[in-house]
Write a protein that binds this ligand. Sequence first.
Ligand code: UDP
Length: 314
Amino acid sequence: MVAMNIVITGGSGFVGSYLCEKLINNGHKIIVIDNLLTGSTENINDLMSNENFSFIEHDVQDHIEIENKVDYVLHFASAASPKAYTEHPVNTLKAGSVGTINTLGLAKKHQAEYLLASTSEVYGDPLVSPQTEEYWGNVNPNGERSMYDEAKRFAEAAVATYSRSYDLKTKIVRIFNTYGPRMQLNDGRVVTNFIVQALRNENITIYGDGSQTRSFSYVEDTVAGIISLMNSSEYDVFNIGNPNEMTVGQLAETIIELTDSTSEIKYLELPNDDPKQRKPDITKAKTKLNWEPKVNLEDGLTKTIKWVESQLSK
Ligand code: UDP
């Protein structure tokens, strides 16, 4: 592929930082725009001294100006865990709405290609399973997750509208639950919560009765899927995730086993609007992008547990 100048908003975040590494290794120049609200420069430390890498501390809700030519814009900036977006509701709303408009404006000015990081949350509490890209979702427009899921739905509408109105080349990736090293340990996500609790032999906190399902993708697989979409000639919407669905209760059991923990399960109240099921249909990505996840849950969790252990012993 020809070397490109790529802007990645949210490039110091969990998924964004892996994308930066891959794209730099593929010979591209990267400009990260990040307000460091939930991301961390620690994630991109190794890249900071690379001459093909630059970092701008900036919030995407404010106008973005880049003088050099931009070939590609990836909009990944947003709080993304329920705890983080609940703590930063207005910033989350603006990152998905105003931030998407600003990054689309940047792409329009430079006639750059554009890729939006959307989410399985656009399906809300889905009434069909697995979820295909054709499913329109079941979302509470003013519920406790709406600052995130409705902002991302607006973001998709904005991408579609700019694409039609200005002939922009755009793509949307709907990312399903992703886990792996570099997740924030305190952002309340289920995989990290359970691993930390299990390693400390503390109670494992299951919200509700643990029968709600999720499908977990190891970060390397998710990032490989996003890169496949970037490199393809598909200007469309794609689910990227691992269809290996399980209940939250099963995840707790697996993590207890893998960590050899003496933790016990503690059942807590289920938050409002917590989706009861989530499983991606990835037929489209398999057939059109020739991508599918490769890392099984045990291997991915084992690597993640090792990393969490190293973080806890710091
Ligand atoms: N969850 C849980 N215990 C925890 C954290 C999360 O039972 O300590 C549940 C949560 O209620 C949800 C699922 O695990 O049903 C996944 O939560 P997460 O915050 O990771 O992300 P979500 O998929 O809901 O966006």
